[in-house]
Design a protein around this ligand. Structure first.
Ligand code: AMP
Length: 381
């Protein structure tokens, strides 16, 4: 244990907060925290890290670098994370020095798709049919559980549709499994989706939750394209999604901000994924809610009362991917000419296809008008 006294909650402005990971989620956390008067230390090996650019201190080291973790643990009063792939051991190490949220146990469950799916099933949450795979010999039995088509997904380090393959036959499944290096995978039945929705929420030490409104999410090639809020689903389904999300957080004993993604099929909800961090589908909160998801992350981390998560205006959020730079770069003037569009760019230099470079929120009292302008601007960019 470190000699540092345990932090008194709430931790007030002026204190130094830490974040593991320096991507766009870390950047938006850093901006929120600094705006509230906290200092921020970012741990990320990348010299050009979007969060590092905004931080008081950018520690350039690996997430399992013991010396860096010790330095961070000593310098910070509380530490959080922006991505699920941080080694659980690093969170345990940091917790020897200071307050850490979310905790290692919850992150360890959700960072591994096999653990996550098994946990969800054991807790009684509906999911798509799935089977776990450690080796090729299990493929035939797994396909019998899921049927075809099915999706083969690597258990670790997959994101935005990466490490996923759609398979129709045993041969295709075998080829995909080998393609992924025969690492542990989950085989999932392909669900005929009506739509997808998500709930971002924060849970504090006392077990109180603040839930943001349900977002309806449209993906293209496995990557979020547009979020529409309020989601165009029945009150009853939205209520069920919120109840399930709250239940997931409480059964994980979670403290911090998280997102639960759902599939909607045949009018029923299935949990797709849990993210132990702010979420792309919660970016609409930056401009459309009383408190945004990053301020909420700060509040949960420092032990302040959770902020009001009320929606102030219907909104449509559009992701801006690196593909937009292929033919000379986006037409920012067209986008920024609209007084009800809010642009957020992440400070990334290299615009690779599929890379998330920024997003914009379109606010309009008429939700259909917000979506129509969002789609028009996405196509005009
Ligand atoms: P994931 O990374 O697992 O969230 O997958 C990315 C996206 O792929 C999801 O948001 C869905 O649009 C689609 N997808 C993933 N799994 C399934 C499934 N079992 N059935 C249908 N679509 C899926």
């Amino acid at each position: 244990m470190s000699n540092k006294p345990a932090a008194t909650l709430p931790i007030l402005p002026g204190a130094t907060l830490g974040i593991l990971g320096g991507g766009q989620l870390g950047r938006l956390f850093t901006l929120a925290a600094r705006g509230m008067g906290y200092k921020v230390m970012v741990l990320d090996p990348d010299a050009a890290s979007p969060a590092g650019q905004m931080a008081d201190v950018h520690l350039r080291a690996d997430y399992s670098d013991t010396a860096a973790l010790q330095q961070m643990g000593e310098a910070c009063v509380a530490i959080t994370t922006e991505f699920e792939n941080v080694p659980a051991a690093s969170l345990i190490e940091l917790a020897r020095h200071c307050r850490v949220s979310p905790g290692a146990a919850a992150v360890a469950i959700v960072q591994d798709r096999s653990h996550e799916k098994t946990w969800l099933k054991d807790q009684g949450f509906a999911t798509a049919p799935f089977a776990l795979l450690d080796n090729e010999t299990g493929l035939e039995a797994a396909l019998a559980v899921t049927g075809t088509p099915a999706l083969l997904k690597v258990s670790r380090f997959g994101y935005d549709g990466k490490g996923q393959a759609r398979v129709n036959t045993l041969e295709e499944a075998r080829a995909a499994f080998r393609e992924f290096g025969s690492q542990p995978c989950v085989l999932e039945g392909f669900v005929n989706l009506q739509c997808e929705v998500s709930v971002v929420l924060a849970r504090n030490d006392a077990g109180e939750c603040a839930l943001f409104p349900v977002a309806e999410n449209r993906h293209v090639n496995g990557i979020l394209d547009v979020s529409i809020v309020p989601a165009r689903v029945s009150e009853s389904l939205a209520g069920q999604a919120r109840t399930m999300a709250r239940e997931v957080a409480s059964q994980l004993g979670y403290v911090g901000i998280m997102a639960v993604e759902f599939f909607v099929a045949d009018g029923r909800l299935m949990v797709n994924e849990i993210a132990p961090r702010p979420h792309n589908s919660g970016h609409y909160t930056l401009d459309a809610c009383v408190t945004d998801q990053f301020e909420q992350q700060v509040r949960a981390l420092v032990g302040l009362p959770l902020g009001d998560s009320r929606l102030l205006s219907p909104v449509a959020m559009v992701n801006i991917l690196g593909d937009r730079w292929q033919n000379g770069g986006p037409h920012w003037d067209t986008l920024l000419a609209h007084p009800n569009i809010k642009l957020h760019l992440y400070g990334k230099e290299a615009a690779r296809p599929g890379r998330k470079m920024g997003h914009f929120n379109v606010l309009d009292a008429d939700p259909a008008a917000a979506l129509a302008l969002a789609e028009a601007m996405r196509d005009a960019l």
